[in-house]
Design a protein around this ligand. Structure first.
Ligand code: NAP
Ligand code: MG
Length: 464
């Protein structure tokens, strides 16, 4: 970590006077220095045995878990989620470290029959070298962890640039890895803006691959810069995730599933439910239940145990929500709950009905607690509407009709499809990623398959 002359202050979104962190604002030279330091450290790290690297990751997981209260509190203070949500994220990150730590002990590679006599053929997984990691603010601990852990497991060194809004969580992660014995230089944290520091990492010829999570617009820019030097990229981006509710569904159950997906994490999740697509028989009952369910999300300071929804992350994000709401009303949609003007950054859970298939709220990612309700005639139209967006991250259906559920699973254009479960919430051992504008869709994150992005396969012929 290098201290530059310019620094950036982050204040608590729930308590605007409370300073949470001061971080140096790096520049292109800071990023270049970090790549040099990573390059110098990488070979020795890769030369360690898998179990040695795994032991460091496992220890880091234990250390992070032992600091869960402190790290979760800081996560609430810098990002704004509730303490329960933040605590879940910390334990998730600890488990990700344990998972990839234990992966270092697993069998890997293949033994293959050779056409030549006396020849032993097998494959080895090789690290890429230095990997760049660029992350968003909404899961400021879990996302960096689920990129950095598999990268380190395979023997890479990492340069990570966290979002400027949430630098402290990555600092905690780096501190846990350092305390666990990760050698100096193997993980390098660079603070600063995406357009300067992020872009310098992507353009650096000594960075072998870049894993990015964030908006589709920034992802497209990173893909373009990386393509100029044939650099491997993994892009996980936005969503406009649908939840289809069919006539046979229990409206109270469907509203619970929809509201958990739409308003949990203040709606600031890439897999958040942002469209409920409902058939006519259940529409009225579902809307009534949605209004009731939305009222259970009471905005407040995430450190207050009574709070069920934290503040929006920033004033800029709040302005974006309000602009989307104004556009929706101008397009003839109706706001049925969440009327209050926000106080500070405390937004209310909003449900908007009468949203047409080509309306702005049907098409564009809001990334806040604003749920669009759309009515369709039947399952076929529901699937057509669900797929009629640029994105394809997560999709859900609520029904007890197994045939309908299977049809939806087969036809939904989304990397994750859920039946009778919220569109949010994913297991760390299950492949995760989108299609269409949601993802570069070349490699999946999470699960053992995550190792593939951070490595290449060498085929070895061993003659005797
Ligand atoms: P963002 O604005 O795209 O920023 C993401 C990261 O990219 C930040 O660290 C940002 O730096 C950096 N960046 C910006 N411009 C860059 C450039 N030209 N070159 C390199 N890096 C650059 O996203 P966000 O607002 O932080 O997060 C919200 C978005 O993330 C939503 O669209 C959401 O759907 C998506 N997301 C997707 C997933 C998934 O797994 N699919 C998960 C979570 C979130 P700054 O510090 O300057 O902002
Ligand atoms: Mg952004």
């Amino acid at each position: 970590m290098q201290l530059g002359e310019v620094s950036r202050e982050r204040f608590n979104p729930a308590r605007p006077d409370e300073l949470v962190s001061v971080t140096p604002a790096g520049d292109a030279a800071t990023a270049a220095d970090a790549v040099v330091s990573a390059t110098a450290a990488q070979r020795a790290w890769a030369a360690r045995t898998g179990p040695e690297r795994g032991a460091v990751l496992m220890r880091a997981g234990e250390i992070l878990a032992s600091r869960a209260d402190l790290v979760a509190t800081d996560l609430v203070r810098e990002e704004g989620k509730t303490l329960a949500e933040a605590t879940g994220e910390v334990h998730r990150a600890a488990n990700v470290l344990r998972f990839f730590g234990s992966a270092c002990w697993q069998a890997d590679g293949e033994t293959l029959p050779s056409s030549a006599p006396g020849t032993h053929v097998y494959t080895r997984r090789e690290p890429l070298g230095v990997v760049g990691v660029i992350t968003p603010w909404n899961f400021p601990l879990a996302i960096p962890t689920w990129k950095i852990a598999p990268a380190l497991a395979v023997g890479n060194a990492v340069v990570v640039k966290p979002a400027q809004l949430t630098p402290l969580s990555v600092w905690h992660l780096a501190d846990c890895l350092s305390a666990a014995g990760l050698p100096s230089g193997v993980l390098n944290v660079v603070f600063g803006s995406g357009s300067v520091v992020g872009e310098a990492i992507v353009a650096d010829p000594d960075v072998s691959a870049v894993s990015f999570t964030g908006s589709s617009a920034v992802g497209a820019r990173i893909a373009a810069v990386a393509a100029q030097r044939n650099c491997r990229v993994q892009l996980e981006m936005g969503g406009k995730n649908p939840l289809v509710v069919l006539d046979d569904a229990d409206p109270a159950v469907a509203a619970d599933i929809a509201s958990a997906g739409a308003f949990g994490l203040t709606g600031q999740a890439c897999t958040a439910t942002s469209r409920v697509i409902v058939t006519p028989g259940v529409r009225h009952a579902l809307t009534e239940n949605l209004v009731r369910a939305a009222a259970r999300f009471q905005p407040g300071d995430g450190l207050n145990p009574a709070t069920t929804m934290g503040p929006v992350v920033s004033a800029g994000q709040l302005t974006t929500h309000r602009e989307f709401l104004s556009t929706a009303l101008a397009e003839g949609n109706q706001l049925v709950c969440g009327y209050e003007e926000p106080v500070g950054l405390f937004e209310h859970a909003m449900v908007v009905t009468g949203v047409g298939r080509k309306n702005t709220l049907a098409q564009e990612e809001v990334f806040g607690p604003l749920l669009a309700v759309m009515t369709v005639e039947d399952l076929d139209e529901a699937i057509a509407v669900a797929n009629d967006v640029a994105y394809g991250l997560s999709a859900g259906i609520v029904t007890n009709d197994l045939r309908a559920a299977q049809h939806f699973v087969g036809h939904a254009e989304a990397g994750v499809v859920k039946v009778n479960r919220p569109t949010t919430g994913l297991d760390l051992n299950v492949p995760f990623g989108g299609i269409k504008a949601s993802s570069s869709n070349t490699y999946r994150e999470q699960g053992l398959g995550a190792l593939d992005f951070y490595s290449w396969t060498k085929s070895v012929y061993l003659g005797v």
